[in-house]
Design a protein around this ligand. Structure first.
Ligand code: C2E
Ligand code: CA
Ligand code: CA
Ligand code: CA
Length: 278
C-alpha cells in the first residue's frame, strides 16, 4: 500500500528502534555509507523459463552497517527517499552496476542489467543526459539496461513523470513495471507509459499451483501482457512446481531463489561458471 513519508519513518524507526537512537543518527549513518563504501550491489540472475538460461541480472542494493550488520533495502530505501539521499545513492548504483556488467561483457559474459529506480530521483538529478553519460563511461549499450519502476510511480500519472520516463526510452533504455499487480495501476495507465516489461509480484507466485485462484490471476496478467506486447517476468520463484506452472501459463522469464539468490559480483561469476541450465 502507498505509505506517507511519516508512516515510512515510523516503519523505519520501529524496525531499527533497538539499535538506532534517533532517526537523524540513521540518516547520518546512511550519509556516511556511500563515502565509507558500506554499500554493495548484489546481483540476482533472471532466466528464460523454458531453457533455464541466464539472460540478465537485477542489481539489488545492500548496506553493510558498521554496527547493525546488513540492513535491508526495504528499510533504508524509504529513508533514502525521504532524505533525498536516494539521489546520490541511486546514481552510484547505476554507475557501479553498469560498469560491472560492462566488465563482465568484456570477459565474454553478456547479460542485460535491471536497476531499480525511485520516482524521487526525478527531482534529484537523474535525467537522460546523466544516464547517457553513465552508459558511455561504462561502455554499455542502452538496450542492455532495464530501469525498474514501481506501480506507485504510475499513480503519479503526471506529464512530467511520463516525459521523464520517455526521455530514458529515447536513449534506448527499457522500462519495466516492478511488483505488478500489487498497486492500484489501472490498465489505462499502462498505455500512457513507455513500458515494455512487467514483473509479476512474488505475492502471486508464492502459493501458485495450477488449480488455484492465483493461477487465474497470473493467467489474466499474462494474456493482458501478451495483447499489450509486453515482456513478462515472474519474481519470487522458489520451487520447481512454480516454475512448471509459470511455464505452462506462458511466462517467458523467471527470477527467484529456485535459481539463485542475489549475490555479490564475484559470487555471481562463480555461480555462473557452475550453473547448468535445465
Ligand atoms: P524488488 O525490486 O521487488 O526486488 C526483489 C526482491 O525480492 C529482492 O529483495 C530479492 O532479494 C527478493 N527475492 C528474489 N527472489 C526471491 C525469492 O525467490 N523469494 C523471496 N521471498 N524473495 C526473493 P531485496 O534485495 O531485499 O530488495 C527489496 C526491495 O528494495 C526491492 O524489491 C526494491 O524495491 C528495493 N531496492 C533494492 N535495491 C534498490 C536500488 O538500488 N534502488 C531502489 N530505488 N530500490 C532498491
Ligand atoms: Ca525490482
Ligand atoms: Ca519486484
Ligand atoms: Ca518488492
Amino acid at each position: 500500500a502507498k505509505q506517507t513519508g511519516r508512516n515510512r519513518f515510523q516503519f523505519f524507526t520501529s524496525s531499527l528502534q533497538e539499535h538506532a537512537n534517533t532517526l537523524m543518527e540513521m540518516e547520518q549513518d546512511l550519509r556516511l555509507a556511500l563515502e565509507h563504501e558500506q554499500l554493495e550491489i548484489y546481483y540476482q540472475p533472471l532466466v528464460r523459463t523454458q531453457s533455464g538460461r541466464v539472460t540478465g541480472v537485477e542489481a539489488l542494493l545492500r548496506w553493510h552497517h558498521p554496527t547493525l550488520g546488513m540492513v535491508s533495502p526495504e528499510q533504508f530505501i524509504p529513508l533514502a527517499e525521504d532524505t533525498g539521499l536516494i539521489g546520490p545513492i541511486g546514481q552510484w548504483v547505476l554507475e557501479t552496476a553498469c560498469q560491472q556488467v560492462s566488465q563482465w561483457q568484456q570477459q565474454g559474459l553478456k547479460l542485460y542489467l535491471s536497476v531499480n529506480i525511485s520516482g524521487r530521483q526525478r527531482d534529484l538529478g537523474m535525467d537522460a543526459p546523466l544516464l547517457r553519460r553513465i552508459l558511455m563511461q561504462a561502455k554499455l549499450s542502452a538496450e542492455q539496461l532495464v530501469l525498474e519502476i514501481t506501480e506507485g510511480m504510475l499513480l503519479d500519472n503526471s506529464d512530467e513523470t511520463i516525459a521523464w520516463l520517455q526521455s530514458f526510452c529515447d536513449l534506448g533504455v527499457h522500462l519495466a513495471i516492478d511488483d505488478f499487480g500489487t498497486g492500484y495501476s489501472a490498465l489505462s495507465y499502462l498505455k500512457r507509459f513507455p513500458i515494455d516489461t512487467l514483473k509479476i509480484d512474488r505475492e502471486f507466485v508464492r502459493d501458485l499451483t495450477l488449480a488455484n485462484e492465483d493461477a487465474l490471476l497470473v493467467e489474466a496478467i499474462i494474456s493482458m501482457a501478451r495483447s499489450l506486447k509486453l515482456r513478462l517476468i515472474a519474481e519470487g520463484v522458489e520451487t520447481a512446481e512454480q516454475r512448471a506452472v509459470l511455464f505452462s501459463l506462458g511466462c517467458e522469464f523467471l527470477q527467484g531463489y529456485y535459481f539463485a539468490r542475489p549475490m555479490p559480483a564475484e559470487a555471481l561469476v562463480a555461480w555462473m561458471a557452475d550453473y547448468r541450465p535445465t
